[in-house]
Design a protein around this ligand. Structure first.
Ligand SMILES: *[C@@H]1O[C@H](CO)[C@@H](O)[C@H](O)[C@H]1NC(C)=O
Ligand SMILES: *[C@@H]1O[C@H](CO)[C@@H](O)[C@H](O)[C@H]1NC(C)=O
Ligand SMILES: *[C@@H]1O[C@H](CO)[C@@H](O)[C@H](O)[C@H]1NC(C)=O
Ligand SMILES: *[C@@H]1O[C@H](CO)[C@@H](O)[C@H](O)[C@H]1NC(C)=O
Ligand SMILES: *[C@@H]1O[C@H](CO)[C@@H](O)[C@H](O)[C@H]1NC(C)=O
Ligand SMILES: *[C@@H]1O[C@H](CO)[C@@H](O)[C@H](O)[C@H]1NC(C)=O
Ligand SMILES: *[C@@H]1O[C@H](CO)[C@@H](O)[C@H](O)[C@H]1NC(C)=O
Ligand SMILES: *[C@@H]1O[C@H](CO)[C@@H](O)[C@H](O)[C@H]1NC(C)=O
Ligand SMILES: *[C@@H]1O[C@H](CO)[C@@H](O)[C@H](O)[C@H]1NC(C)=O
Ligand SMILES: *[C@@H]1O[C@H](CO)[C@@H](O)[C@H](O)[C@H]1NC(C)=O
Ligand SMILES: *[C@@H]1O[C@H](CO)[C@@H](O)[C@H](O)[C@H]1NC(C)=O
Ligand SMILES: *[C@@H]1O[C@H](CO)[C@@H](O)[C@H](O)[C@H]1NC(C)=O
Length: 581
């Protein structure tokens, strides 16, 4: 058989493989010689695995320590950034466009290992997809097209630091994961296996939820491959919830929240434009001097800066990165904080509305029952959530995959008021808690652990200085706790839910936590927030993730959209909204 014919036969045989996700594995068939067969394995050698699965989240008794700097290998991040006197990593200052890194500063409490005889009984994971290309019609792609045009038609001859533009082209793909994004999810699956592998019952198949969007589905698949290995389809079934306008989906909640896709939820963009005109004034002057007859704008500077993270994750290197000073990267991070906080968080009237569906799903799960709210109460798909086949209740591991802005809104709907900073639009608010790169970078992860202890746990936990003291109060019985982490650091629940009290470990007693969750649906005012006809009354009028106006007191529409003078589209920075670019 000729080489080409053999190749075609091989491809055909491979194409006929299992229709499961790993359908490109080279399955046995009469036309696949053994030296090209990879499944089933032949002469595989011994295949004994360990007798127990790891449970590092429970067994790790090492002190958490302080996070140390690790370079973002394989990406080139070793640039000399003007003004970067303390050698900080600008790639960890890029908001939702930062590659995953564990939160380096925490949320106000330390990490504690489990006390004796305490058990983690379930872990619930909410995961963002990995690094990706911009959306097809993004502002960075039209910027790219404009630069090419003005280079070609001779308007600009680029000089100095912009010389590379004389031959530069915008060449990025759109929407799908880049290689770095695949790595982030695979690595996260590996990490999650070390932490929680023990909670997986090897005789069952998990249901794990993602959306139909390509990068969402593939993120879930890479995660599963990391957690279980390439045969993960024996261990988990992916439930893909339709991500499309007109469909209910708590993992892409903006599709069932009209006001999150109109001017009512663009306060963050408007605020960001104000801030960009301030922090990018110097850069714009610098670049204008290198642009020949072209009048370089602030919006150009912002697009140029945004291209640094996108090109870096796509190609490993970008010429745009070291054109900006350290102070300008601090400004960039803050612009994204403004966008998320104002479009999707506590300063948005739809912050809670978009996220409340997932809150109610977790609330139902933690109580061990199906989602049972009336149609229209949230953006949850009730067809899926009211039967155990698609909303299982007996798992000890739940893994859900979602988008950056959606996760941000979910945290808002959870009432995590410690992220309710009222950010100023003209100066970086000092000591803010909202730093998007610490909350929803690419590959972001939020985990809720349920923990059972033999007795109530002291609010003041012993540390190395008093290690011989007991963790437990003398009195009391088995107690259940919830422990929440974002980016591998504990979120102190007591800061947002006073009933949980200020515990050293940030945990909250379970029934107290559930009581709090019980009040969140009403607070979110889903129907009014998402579909109501209200006015937003400018920056900082909304501070609790719901409209400031009450139904009946509505003062009429007064669009803020006119303020978006530099032609930036709505939701431009998010990776999910219908109007994003
Ligand atoms: C920021 O978080 C800290 C805990 O780390 C909390 O004490 C503070 O109140 C939070 N700030 C705001 C504005 O919520
Ligand atoms: C660039 O030129 C092409 C071809 O003339 C045009 O279609 C496109 O709209 C231009 N892009 C911008 C951003 O002006
Ligand atoms: C060059 O292209 C830009 C962007 O498309 C356009 O605005 C400008 O008018 C063009 N100039 C000339 C001389 O064609
Ligand atoms: C996945 O399922 C297979 C078949 O039940 C089992 O042999 C294997 O141990 C499971 N993998 C893990 C990582 O538990
Ligand atoms: C819920 O999901 C099912 C299954 O994908 C789909 O057929 C149905 O249209 C969805 N319902 C809504 C309201 O989105
Ligand atoms: C910027 O903030 C000031 C002070 O809060 C406010 O008056 C103004 O409307 C804001 N502008 C935008 C576009 O957010
Ligand atoms: C802009 O330049 C001025 C004068 O050199 C400097 O004080 C300021 O910090 C710069 N701002 C930014 C955001 O780089
Ligand atoms: C360049 O644009 C700025 C506003 O973005 C304007 O103030 C300035 O006059 C323009 N310069 C020229 C030479 O057109
Ligand atoms: C934790 O699990 C161990 C082993 O199954 C058990 O002996 C112990 O009682 C459990 N602790 C609690 C608080 O349930
Ligand atoms: C242990 O010591 C730390 C710091 O010295 C203190 O904050 C904590 O309250 C002590 N724990 C107990 C249980 O007393
Ligand atoms: C512990 O549980 C037992 C039996 O349920 C009950 O009688 C006792 O009062 C409980 N003790 C405390 C301190 O709650
Ligand atoms: C928000 O705007 C409404 C209508 O103008 C006003 O009644 C309310 O006091 C404002 N609230 C805040 C916190 O600014």
């Amino acid at each position: 058989m000729s080489a080409m014919l053999f190749f075609l036969c091989l491809m055909t045989a491979v194409g006929l493989g299992d229709a499961a996700a790993l359908d490109h594995r080279q399955a046995s068939s009469s036309s696949v010689p053994d030296y090209f067969q990879t499944t089933p394995e032949i002469y595989a050698g011994p295949t004994k695995t360990a007798e127990i699965a790891p449970f590092l989240a429970q067994t790790n008794s090492a002190p958490f320590g302080t996070a140390s700097f690790a370079p973002n290998a394989p990406l080139e991040t070793g640039y000399a950034i003007p003004g970067n006197t303390n050698n900080s990593n600008i790639f960890e200052m890029m908001g939702q466009l930062s590659s995953y890194f564990p939160n380096p500063v925490g949320f106000g409490v330390d990490e504690y290992h489990l006390p004796p005889n305490a058990n983690i009984t379930t872990a619930n994971l909410l995961h963002r997809h990995g690094a990706r290309y911009p959306t097809g019609d993004s502002s960075v792609s039209s910027f790219g097209s404009k630069v090419e045009n003005i280079t070609q038609n001779g308007t600009a001859t680029w000089t100095g630091g912009l010389s590379f533009l004389n031959t530069w082209k915008y060449t990025l793909g759109a929407e799908i994961l880049v290689a770095r994004g695949r790595q982030e999810l695979f690595d996260s699956g590996v990490l999650f296996y070390y932490n929680y592998g023990h909670l997986y019952n090897t005789s069952t198949k998990l249901i794990s939820r993602t959306t139909t969007q390509d990068r969402m589905l593939k993120s879930a698949e890479y995660f599963m491959a990391g957690f279980f290995g390439l045969e993960w389809t024996q261990n988990a079934t992916l439930e893909t919830i339709i991500e499309q306008s007109g469909f209910n989906n708590s993992l892409a909640g903006y599709y069932q929240c009209n006001n999150s896709n109109n001017y009512r939820s663009t306060g963050g963009n408007n605020a960001s434009v104000v801030w960009e005109n301030i922090y990018l004034a110097n850069a714009t002057t610098r670049f204008r001097a290198l642009s020949g007859d072209y009048n370089w704008t602030v919006a150009d500077s912002y697009n140029a800066q945004t291209l640094c993270p996108y090109e870096t994750v796509a190609y490993g290197y970008s010429n745009w990165c070291n054109l900006f000073t350290y102070e300008e990267w601090q400004g960039f991070e803050y612009s994204i904080d403004l966008q998320f906080q104002g479009n999707d968080g506590f300063l948005s009237p739809t912050g809670r509305g978009v996220g409340i569906g997932y809150v109610e799903e977790l609330y139902a799960r933690l109580q061990g029952h199906l989602y049972n709210l009336a149609p229209g109460a949230t953006n949850v798909n009730r067809t899926l959530d009211t039967v155990e086949t698609t909303f299982p209740l007996n798992q000890s591991l739940y893994m859900d995959f979602s988008h950056d802005t959606n996760i941000y809104s979910i945290l808002t709907a959870f009432g995590m008021t410690q992220f309710s900073d009222q950010l100023a639009n003209d100066t970086i608010t000092p000591n803010r808690n909202v730093t998007v790169s610490h909350i929803t970078p690419f590959g972001a992860r939020v985990v809720w652990e349920q923990i059972t202890t033999p007795q109530p746990l002291k609010a003041q936990r012993p540390t190395s200085t008093n290690a011989t003291m007991s963790d437990f109060y003398d009195q009391g019985n088995t107690t259940h706790y919830i422990h929440m982490t974002i980016g591998q650091r504990t979120v102190p629940l007591g800061y947002s839910y006073p009933e949980c009290a200020m515990r050293d470990d940030g945990w909250c007693e379970m029934s107290t936590y559930l009581n709090h969750l019980g009040g969140l649906l009403e607070q979110a005012r889903y129907d009014y927030s998402c579909f109501g006809n209200y006015s937003t009354n400018g920056w900082l009028n909304v501070t609790d993730g719901v409209p400031a106006t009450k139904r009946g007191l509505d003062l009429g529409l007064k669009p803020l959209g006119g303020g978006m003078g530099s032609g930036l589209e709505m939701k431009r920075s998010s990776d999910s909204g219908m109007y994003q670019i």
